[in-house]
Every structure is written in C-alpha cells, then in structure tokens.
Design a binder for this molecule. Sequence first.
Ligand code: FMN
Length: 228
Amino acid sequence: MDPTLTPRPRPVRAAADPHDVIDPAILYFGTPVALLSTVDADGRANLAPMSSVFWLGSTALLGLGARSQTALNIAATGEVVINLPSSSQVDAVDRLALTTGRDPVPPRKHAVGYRHVADKFARAHLTPLPSDRVVPARAAECPVQMEARLTSTHPLERDDAHEAGTIVAFEVAVVRTHVHRAIRAPGTSHRVDPARWRPLIMSFQRFYGLGGELRPSRLAGIDEEWYR
Ligand SMILES: Cc1cc2nc3c(=O)[nH]c(=O)nc-3n(C[C@H](O)[C@H](O)[C@H](O)COP(=O)(O)O)c2cc1C
C-alpha cells in the first residue's frame, strides 16, 4: 500500500485535545425507535419498544436483552413485526416504557420500576392489525411495519464473564414491508419519501426527532433500485 495514502495522525498536545476519555455505561448515540410485535409459544401477543436496530439489504439486526419477553418470543417462534412509529407517536412509545410482558418481572427490572403489562397494545393505545406472512400483529397506527423471520441468533459479549448470555442480536429477514401512503414518494412504486418520513430517535434514553435536510447528498445520485 502506498504509505502516502495512509492518513498520518497529527501530534496534538494533550492540553490542546478537546476530547476527554470517558467510560460510558451504555453507548447510546441515537438510533430509531421500533416497536417489536411478537407472540409467545401459546400465541399471546407482546409489543415492546427498542432502538438497537439497523438494516442492511433486506436484513435487520435487532439487539435485545436476552431475558426480555420479546427475545424469548422471537427465539420460540422465529417471527417478529418491526413497527416504526413516527416522531409524532412518541406518547405511545413512552406509555410502553418500563413495562414488560414477563410475569413475574425479573428482580433487576422490578428494582428500577418495571411492571408487568399483559396487553401492551391497549397500554400504548395502538391497534393490532393482522400481518400477511407472520403470526404477530402489526401496529396499525405505525407508518412502517416490517414482517420478519428469524435467520440466525448471535449471542453478544460472550467473552465477558459479567455480560455473557444477557444480550443477543437477532438477525431477521424482512419478508413484507407495509408503509403508510402518506410517506410514499409520489409517482414511485416502492420508495419512501425521506422528507415525509419522520422517525423517532432515542439518544441516551431521551426522545428526539430529525431536523430538516442538511444539504444535497452525493450518495443520493445513485438510483435506489441499484440496491435491490
Ligand atoms: C424507546 C425505548 C428503546 C428501548 N431500546 C431497547 C433496546 O434497543 N434493546 C433492549 O433490549 N431494550 C430496549 N428498551 C427496553 C425494553 O423495552 C424493555 O427491556 C422491555 O421490558 C422489553 O419488554 P418485554 O420484556 O415485554 O419484551 C427500550 C425501551 C424504550 C422505551
């Protein structure tokens, strides 16, 4: 490799570096909120907020506490609906905060105020709507609903004696995507208009929306169909 291409770090005097070294308890730098709809082995519905999620192609990676009811349900049935609320639905999401489908509530969660709620759709004031390809219901009011099936399970931080077994990433294949007409790009068949889609963002446990578009994007010169 041409050494002139390697960016060389500029030496900075410690006093001139505006960054501090910190040890954050959680690396929660801001991600979209999703409401995961699942059912247990007996078909009982659950709905839970989460935000450790990203997408690549038609795959989603869902980061969850391994002992949440949602994680147990996905492991048991292999199915989930990833509902994306818009920023205007923040109250529905907050009504689900500090709730769990687990009964009894695990002691660590109970100690910080989590309580068992059997009907999370009712608690959120959201309406279950049948899905096309999976058993868990969609949340009717959410502008985006992705039906998905489990493809593989990745236990995280396995080498950490303290954390091993507590968090898991579920890799799921999105098999059906529903979007509300109001966020579709006019005149297109399969596109969302980012100017109309207002995701809800959670950053360090607090709720935010997006600001407006910042500048024209060079990447946006690529036709979206290229990614199919
Ligand atoms: C906005 C929001 C985002 C959350 N993000 C996550 C997350 O990414 N992963 C996670 O395991 N829990 C997350 N939680 C906490 C879960 O909702 C919590 O563990 C809940 O008890 C899960 O419900 P369940 O046990 O019925 O599945 C989040 C909570 C809120 C309110």
